[in-house]
Design a protein around this ligand. Structure first.
Ligand code: TMP
Ligand code: ASP
Length: 245
C-alpha cells in the first residue's frame, strides 16, 4: 500500500509509508536535461534505473558504504530510509567531460591526474551553480565537518564504482551523488546511481559518440537511448555482489 506523495522530482516520486523512518521511492520513465528545458521519456527507464540503482546500492553496502537503500519492492519502486537531503550535489570526475570542459577549457576525454570532487548548489531556480566550501559554510548547507565527510564519501564511492563498472566493461567518466542525514544525523548515500547520474563509456567502442551509454545520448540527441540503458542494465545486473562475513 503506498502512502501519500511527499515529493515529486524530475525522475522519481517519494511516498510516505506506515513507518515514518521509511519512504517509498518510485522511479519514472521521464527524462529531463538542461534544468528541465528539454523533456522526454525513455521507454522502461523507471524499471531499468530502479534495478540498476538497487544493485549498485547493495554492492556499495557490501563494500562498507552506508546508503538509504532498504529493499526493492516492485520493478520500479524501492524502500529507502527517510533522510534530509543536503542541498549539495557532489560530482566526482575521473575523465574530463560535460560542464568542466566548458568551464575550464579541458579537452573532452582527458584523464584527470586524480579524481576531482566538485560541489554544486542544488537549486533549480539558480541552475545548480558550482559552489566552493566557503559558499557552503556561508549558505549553511553543511557544516565543515560534513563537507569533509562528503568529500571522503564521494571518493570512496568513486573507488568502488570504478571497480564495479570495470566488471561491466564500462568506463566511469564522472557521476553525481546526493547525500542525506538520517534521524541520527548519519550521512547516507541517497537519491540514485544510474545512467541518468553517471557518464559511462563502453570500453569496447572507440567512436566518441557510439561509446556513450548514459543520459548524454538523450541530452545530445544521439539516438538508441533505451537500447543503451538496456545494455547497461544487463551488464550491471550480471555483477556479483560480494558477501562479507
Ligand atoms: P556535468 O558535467 O553536466 O556537470 O555533469 C556531471 C555529472 O553529473 C554527470 O555524470 C551527469 C551528472 N548530472 C546529474 O546527475 N544531474 C544533473 O542535473 C547534472 C547537470 C549532471
Ligand atoms: N537532471 C537535470 C535536469 O533536468 C539535468 C541533467 O541531468 O542534465 O534538469
Amino acid at each position: 500500500m503506498s502512502g501519500t506523495k511527499l515529493y515529486e522530482g524530475k525522475a522519481k516520486i517519494l511516498f510516505t509509508t506506515d513507518d515514518p523512518n521509511i519512504l517509498l521511492s518510485q522511479y519514472k520513465d521521464d527524462a529531463t536535461a538542461f534544468n528541465a528545458l528539454k523533456k522526454g521519456t525513455i521507454a522502461n527507464k523507471g524499471e531499468m534505473n530502479c534495478a540498476i540503482a538497487s544493485h549498485i546500492f547493495q554492492y556499495l553496502e557490501a563494500n562498507g558504504i552506508a546508503t538509504h537503500f532498504i529493499s526493492q519492492v516492485s520493478p520500479n519502486e524501492m524502500q529507502v530510509a527517510a533522510v534530509k537531503i543536503l542541498a549539495i550535489e557532489v560530482v566526482v570526475r575521473n575523465i574530463a567531460a560535460g560542464s568542466i570542459c566548458k568551464r575550464l577549457g579541458l579537452e573532452k576525454g582527458q584523464t584527470l591526474n586524480e579524481p576531482l570532487v566538485e560541489f554544486f548548489y542544488k537549486n533549480d531556480d539558480l541552475g545548480d551553480p558550482l559552489i566552493t566550501e566557503d559558499h557552503i559554510a556561508m549558505l549553511e548547507l553543511a557544516t565543515p565537518d560534513q563537507v569533509s565527510q562528503l568529500r571522503k564519501l564521494a571518493l570512496d564511492i568513486n573507488h568502488h564504482l570504478q571497480a564495479f563498472f570495470e566488471q561491466c566493461n564500462l568506463t566511469l567518466v564522472d557521476f553525481k551523488v546526493e547525500i542525506g542525514a538520517n534521524y541520527q544525523g548519519k550521512l547516507l548515500l541517497a537519491d540514485e546511481i544510474s545512467p541518468d547520474t553517471c557518464r559511462l563509456w563502453d570500453k569496447n567502442i572507440a567512436d566518441p559518440s557510439d561509446r556513450i551509454m548514459d543520459k548524454d545520448r538523450f541530452r545530445q540527441d544521439l539516438g538508441k537511448i533505451a537500447e543503451a540503458y538496456q545494455e547497461v542494465t544487463k551488464r550491471v545486473l550480471a555483477v556479483k555482489i560480494p558477501i562479507h562475513p
